[in-house]
Write a new protein. Structure first.
Length: 250
């Protein structure tokens, strides 16, 4: 069976982030979802993807739903249990589409965003790459963007705009596959529908700054702090305030 480039990429990614983990939860079908906010007649949905050791319920605990409610935004929120088992099984993108995104379309949602933290951020990016027609956009909060070796290679070249990917990229080389797509897509006239946020003390600061250079400034959010929920919640609020996500006057 031939898999998409995105599916191939998550294979290596799974091997990278799983090393050292004693056990993985099974990749159940359908993927488990947790409703955080549902409104009558609302046609805008944000799908939230957690990081590798996080549960979908943590989006509620971190205040993602209450932040949207305080602003009176007409959006529904659902968090998905896109855990490491799906990456290991190579089905995370397949299950997201079959179990969450396409049913949401069938239910009447005409605007769908993905928002992910850490591992969930790269999952959202890979989904945008493989299925851009499904989404209004992506919010990636401190996404993993490849191994240090790849990031250093791009830096030595002068950044992603000057970097030339190898003629042949090894199957599953998530870093080079992802950056090759990002750099090429950024050269198109229409901006990539990607919003990016991270803390300045995050271990992914270098790679996130490189990605920010490919985006319009109004789609970049940067705050003091590290790789944790307190930072991501504040970045989420900044995103809601600046983007007016699905608001009537947007």
């Amino acid at each position: 069976m031939i898999r998409s480039a995105g599916a191939q990429a998550v294979v290596l990614l799974a091997g990278t982030v799983i090393s050292g983990c004693a056990a993985l939860r099974p990749a159940t079908v359908p993927m488990r979802t947790v409703d955080l906010a549902r409104g009558s007649g609302v046609r805008c949905l944000v799908v939230l993807l957690p990081g590798r050791l996080d549960a979908p319920e943590q989006f509620r605990e971190a205040g993602f739903a209450s932040a949207a409610a305080r602003r009176g935004l007409p959006i529904d929120l659902v968090a998905v249990d896109a855990h490491l088992g799906y990456f290991r099984a190579r089905t995370v993108l397949e299950r997201l589409r079959a179990d969450v995104v396409l049913p949401a379309r069938a239910a009447g949602y005409d605007t769908i965003w993905l928002a992910g933290t850490s591992l969930g951020g790269i999952g959202a990016l890979l989904y945008l790459r493989d299925h851009p027609e499904d989404l209004a956009g992506v919010l990636a909060l401190a996404p993993y963007l490849g191994e240090d070796e790849v990031i250093q290679e791009i830096e030595r070249a002068g950044g992603p705009g000057s970097w030339k990917p190898p003629a042949t990229i090894a199957e599953g080389d998530v870093g080079r596959e992802l950056w090759s797509w990002l750099a090429a897509r950024a050269k198109e006239e229409r901006p990539l529908p990607l919003h990016l946020g991270w803390g300045t003390g995050d271990d992914f600061d270098r790679s996130n700054r490189m990605l920010a250079d490919l985006l319009p400034p109004e789609q970049v959010y940067n705050l003091p702090g590290g790789h944790d929920w307190s930072v991501w919640e504040r970045l989420w609020e900044a995103f809601l305030d600046r983007s007016r996500l699905c608001a009537p006057d947007s």
